[in-house]
Write a protein of this length. Structure first.
Length: 263
């Protein structure tokens, strides 16, 4: 059973925002692209709930794998309507165990709600926040809150991070736009293990980089999360298919994408 992924178009109130999102999705930043010549799979977690930082990370580690956890730093350790949020000690634990801490803004606003100065300030806040818990962590990669892009912020992000991940479904194959990487929702309301295995096979054949995203990990997750069984089965399916599992930043290393801060 595979259902269509949800459309977040309701978060785009008018035609300027819609056009900017479409441009972000369809117009590549020419100097921020790379050819995918080897298959990979990455498991990513947005916001991130404590269940992702604990149960999600543990399930990956049981198979010798690591993931990317996109932190909206202003939400960490604070009350949340949908799930208990990760805490500072969870950030330190993930970093110490080899997972990637990615950037998901500080205040978790939509991309079009930021101007250039505010987004730059958010990055400074997030960097300082993460440094308190994990001084060695580097916010190298980005995920758009709610998957909503903005062309002007996409251009800005190309000079701040190594890539930006969307929620637009698709396999990243051939020459890919690092400013709007495609990803598949791992929610059991959207995908099942049969579809997951088919995507793994497609990634091997293409070859392509397959990215999954989710939020909480629970037996009865929110609509935005996944179950421990589906996550564990997806990790096992990747290994059965011979797909290397790596955090987003490590895939970029393998593909030869530089980190601008070291240039």
């Amino acid at each position: 059973m595979t259902m269509p992924q949800p459309d977040n178009g309701g978060l785009l109130p008018g035609w300027p925002q819609r056009l900017s999102h479409i441009a972000a999705r369809r117009v590549p930043v020419l100097f921020q692209s790379v050819a995918v010549t080897r298959p990979f799979v990455s498991f990513t977690f947005d916001d991130f709930p404590r269940s992702a930082a604990r149960l999600g990370a543990d399930l990956l580690e049981q198979r010798g794998a690591r993931g990317t956890f996109y932190a909206a730093t202003g939400l960490i350790g604070r009350p949340h309507d949908l799930w208990p949020m990760a805490r500072m000690e969870d950030v330190a634990r993930l970093d110490a165990r080899g997972h990637e801490i990615g950037w998901h803004t500080h205040d978790h606003w939509l991309a079009w709600q930021y101007d250039a100065a505010r987004l730059a300030d958010e990055y400074r806040k997030s960097t300082a926040f993460i440094a308190e818990a994990a001084p060695g962590a580097r916010l190298e990669t980005f995920a758009y809150p709610f998957g909503i892009g903005c062309f002007w912020r996409k251009l800005q992000l190309s000079g701040m991070t190594r890539c930006a991940r969307s929620v637009q479904p698709g396999l990243n194959s051939g020459r890919v736009d690092l400013g709007f990487l495609r990803a598949f929702d791992l929610s059991p309301d959207v995908i099942d293990i049969h579809r997951v295995r088919a995507l793994m096979d497609e990634a091997v054949r293409a070859p392509g980089w397959l990215i999954f995203f989710t939020h909480d990990v629970a037996e009865h997750p929110t609509r935005y999360g996944t179950t421990p069984r589906l996550l564990a089965d997806a990790v096992a399916a990747a290994q059965d298919a011979g797909l290397p599992i790596a955090p987003v930043c490590e895939v970029l290393d393998h593909l030869g994408v530089p980190w601008l801060r070291d240039a």
